[in-house]
Design a protein. Sequence first.
Length: 229
Amino acid sequence: MKKKSENTNHGQVPRVQFRTQREIESLARKEVEAIEGYKPGSPVPVQDYIEYGILKKRHNVTYAVSNLPSVYVGKFEIDKTSRNKIITIDQSQWIKGLAGNGEEKIKARFTMAHEIGHAILNGEEMIEMAECQDQRVLYKKGCIEPPNECPEWQADRFAEAMLMPAVSVRRLLDEYKSNQSGGFGNMVIDRMSVPRQLVVPRVRTLVRLKLVDNVFTNYRNRSWFWWGK
């Protein structure tokens, strides 16, 4: 995963197996459910998921913390010799995930969830590509249609689903309905430590999949979503 400023339409990616939003949702839910002691409505401990071996145990994916080239915050790759799957998180991102504050910690958490998504969604496919020396056509990022066949789109959707599970959003929504102090969007950010720009799209996805109530029905604009009535 490149830094956002480097991750628009630069670089190339292969076309991968088509995956629906609902399929990605289901896979992310299973990973959250595998985190013992997780309490819905709280931040999903993605760093613990990596560090304490849940990813290794469930998917045989190892991890490393290293000083990556400046344009990268994390990456997923297959070892050319052993065919082992590994995610590498840039050391600065790992430290921010442990001890960072506010926005920098939120971004680090998203980076980790994104790389987990690559490992789970694209790992076996990448091994097959390597073993048969598949010279698959590469496309500019953002140019694959449908986007469901783009590995970066898939990893982003997985990260959103892992960081904001439907069960947690429902829990917070129930709590908000009984209180309605402030805005629901800010409540999600504060309680779950997730990127602000992803909250509305994520909730709309959950509404579309009928996994949460339609919180947008009775309002003419989105200001209520952030600040309340």
